[in-house]
Design a protein around this ligand. Sequence first.
Ligand code: GLY
Length: 363
Amino acid sequence: MKANILVQSSANTYSVSIGHSVLETEIKAFFDDSSVRECFILIDENVGKHHGKRLKKIFDNAKIDFTSFVIPEGEKSKSIEQWSRTLDFLLQNGVRRNTPLISIGGGITGDLAGFVAASVLRGIPLIQVPTTVLAMVDSSVGGKTGINHQTGKNLIGAFYQPQKVIADIEFLESLPRKEWINGLSEILKYGAISDSTIIERSSIFFEEDIHSIEKDSLIRLIEDCVSVKADIVKKDEFEGGVRAYLNFGHTFAHALEKATNFDEISHGEAVFLGMLAAINLSKSLGYTIDDAPLKKFRPLYNFNINAEALDTDTLIQYMKSDKKMIDSDIRFILLDGWQHPVVKTVNEQELISKAWLYLIHEL
Ligand code: GLY
C-alpha cells in the first residue's frame, strides 16, 4: 500500500508519499516533472553505508547526475561548523538556484539540510527523504529547519518548506531498534494531542522483532501522524498558535538533552520522558489526566543517564533559554484531558521542580 498526504503552506503545496520501496518511482516522477537532471545529495553516513548501492542505482536509472556529501552521524552535525562545511561543499561544486538538494537521513541530516537549502543562494529546492521513524512522522514535514547553538537546541534556523517528502519504509529495515523507539515518542505525541487511535495502534511497537511490524499498519500509522501535522501546519505554519501543540513534551526534553550534552539521551527518549513530566505538571495545575495510556509504553525504553548528575535548578534554567520562552516564565504545552492540549505559562517554580523530580525518578 502507498499513502499520499498533501501539505499546504504559504510557499507551496507538496506531497508526502509513504510506502515501501517507493523511492524509485517518486524520484523518477519528481525529475520527470522538472527541467533539471542533476542534484546534490546530503546523506547520513550510516544510511550511505547501508543503502548506498541502492541509491546509486536509483539515480543512475533515472539518469540524474548527483554529487553527494556525507553528514556524520550524531547531534554534533547540527552545528554552525557542519552547516558552514556543507555550504562550502555546495558552493565549491557549482550549486545553482534551481539545483535540488536531496536530504537522505534522519532528523539531524534533515534539519541541517533544510537550513542549508534555505540559506545557500537565498534558497534552493529541497526534497526530504527521511530514513528514520522520527523523521518520517515529524521532522521532515512542515518546514522547520535549523541547527543548534551552544546556548541551546535549534536556536538558529528558518521555516523552509520542501518541494516533496518521500518516506520509504524500506530504509527502516536497517534501523536499530533503539531508533524505532526514538520515533515512537513523536507518534505517541500525535496520539496525545489529537487522535487516541494513534496511541492504541502504536501497540505494534511491542512486536518482539521490531523489523517484522506489519508494513501496512506502519504505513497507516505514519500516514495518520503526517495528516495531523499537515492539518496543524495548514492552520498555523509559523507557530503563532496551534502549531505549538506539536511541542508537547519538548520543553522538558530540550532541557534534558542539553543537561546531558546531547549525547546521553536521544531526542525521542527525552520527548517520552518530557511528555510524562508535562502530564505530571498538568495534574499539579488541576487538569484531569491519567498518564496510564502513555506509561504503558515505558517498558520499551532503556534510559542510560546518570540521574544523580541532574539538578532541577539547572534544568529549569535551561528551560528558560529555550526559544519558546516568553519573558521570564516558562511556556508549556499541557493536557487538559487526552487530546486536549493547552498552552500555559507557568510561574510556580515548585510545581516545575516537582515535575522534574518525577521525571528523574522515572530514569
Ligand atoms: N516538530 C515540531 C514542529 O514541526 O512544529
